[in-house]
Design a protein around this ligand. Structure first.
Ligand code: 3PG
Ligand code: MG
Length: 399
């Protein structure tokens, strides 16, 4: 896919002021970055531009400030973290537009790195206000977007400015687009998708899009309960969106006409309490007690998913299949993660996973590195899986 997007290979950066949009919306604890994955992903792009003699001007948002400066959402502490990981100085500028930004950039030498303050401190950012986008564009000669995880937002720093300057994808964005193409754009078939998570309501578009695209669709997590209920099964006190039973049935019908095989749980691990190490048992989905909750796939369902993975070429995964944050109800998610990792490692499967909970689960299983690609994007990965157009990606499309 990267051939349909402009990349750093198509850009002239030497001696140029390069506006590099990155996603530095990283978790912080006590003023320190607690998970640096997003920073690590963009280091190669920063290094490449700097080493080619570009002036790297980092643009990013942080948190959801209400359109004015607020100390709690300052990117200043993140500049230090980027500098530590990069092993080079990263200067910080307390505004992302105006005289202060212009002079900070004018003082840069080729190869220097500067982080501008949170773009969301200006109301024009989220409104994609053309005046604000042109204030940003004034500061650079070239625009590079390495923030796939913010590409579902049509904001000035992700979309507007890309229309005003020569624009291309950075290396992390390029890797992400390549992986997404591999997973759903032009995948090796058969292709399976695993969709989990608590609620059907948040994933209706996703399921609708997937049944038309994949050969096997595994539905797990709390959302599977709604499907079981829609098929007339008693789900006890399980999480279940009863008002979505009709929607679930229409997804099943759509899958049938698209020749997509849907794997629903046939057995489950159930408990009477929603807590770690609650007393549990495995039951057939026809035998869930009135006072029980389905908290994970049972062993037969887990084995069925693992067997299905053995028969496909490609896997795309979003959402844990059980209450993975509460052991032992993480068992099925862990087992499936390990099987997918093993098949990938053996060259028998291409595996792409994304979404915050999914990444946490893969990390807990210790297998994230064995997947073909793990996306750090949450909302953007989901919208892409829903088949939606991502404005930040569209703006990089080669014309
Ligand atoms: C994210 O963390 O999901 C991205 O940085 C986008 O942030 P947002 O959801 O606040 O737009
Ligand atoms: Mg988000």
């Amino acid at each position: 896919m990267s051939e349909t997007f402009r990349t750093l290979d198509d850009a002239q950066v030497s001696g140029k002021r390069v506006l590099l949009r990155v996603d530095l919306n990283v978790p912080m604890e006590n003023g320190k970055v607690s998970d640096a994955t997003r920073i690590e992903r963009v280091l190669p792009t920063i290094r490449e531009i700097a080493d080619k003699g570009g002036k790297v001007v980092l643009l990013a948002h942080f948190g959801r400030p209400k359109g004015g400066p607020d100390a709690a959402n300052s990117l200043r502490p993140v500049a230090a973290a980027v500098s530590d990981l990069l092993g080079r100085p990263v200067a910080f500028c307390p505004d992302c537009i105006g005289g202060v930004a212009a002079s900070a950039i004018a003082a840069m030498k080729d190869g220097d790195v500067l982080l501008l303050e949170n773009t969301r401190f200006h109301k024009g950012e989220e409104k994609n206000d053309p005046a604000f986008a042109s204030e940003l564009a004034k500061l650079g000669d070239v625009y590079v977007n390495d923030a796939f995880s913010a590409a579902h937002r049509a904001h000035a720093s992700t979309e507007g400015v890309a229309r005003l300057l020569p624009a291309c994808a950075g290396r992390a964005m390029q890797a992400e687009l390549d992986a997404l193409t591999l997973a759903l754009g032009a995948p090796a078939r058969p292709v399976a998708a695993i969709v989990g998570g608590a609620k059907v309501s948040t994933k209706l578009d996703l399921l609708g899009n997937l049944v038309a695209k994949v050969d096997v669709l595994v539905v797990g997590g709390g959302m599977a309960n709604t499907f079981l209920f829609a098929q007339g099964k008693a789900v006890g006190r399980s999480l279940c969106e009863k008002d979505l039973a009709a929607a679930a049935r229409s997804i099943l019908a759509a899958a049938k006409s698209a020749n997509c095989r849907i794997l629903l749980p046939v057995d489950a691990t159930v408990a009477k309490e929603f807590k770690a190490h609650a007393a549990w048992r495995s039951v057939d989905v026809d035998n869930v007690g009135e006072d029980e909750m389905i908290l994970d796939l049972g062993p037969r369902s887990t084995a069925a998913v693992e067997e299905a993975l053995g028969g496909v070429e490609t896997l795309v995964w979003n959402g844990p299949v059980g209450a993975f944050e509460l052991p032992p109800f993480d068992a099925a998610t862990m087992a499936i993660a390990r099987t997918a990792a093993k098949l990938t490692h053996e060259g028998r499967l291409k595996s792409v996973a994304g979404g915050g909970d999914t990444v946490a689960a893969l990390n807990a299983a210790g297998v994230a590195d064995d997947f073909t690609y793990v996306s750090t994007a949450g909302g953007a990965f989901l919208e892409w899986m829903e088949g939606k157009v991502l404005p930040g990606v569209e703006a990089l499309r080669a014309k």
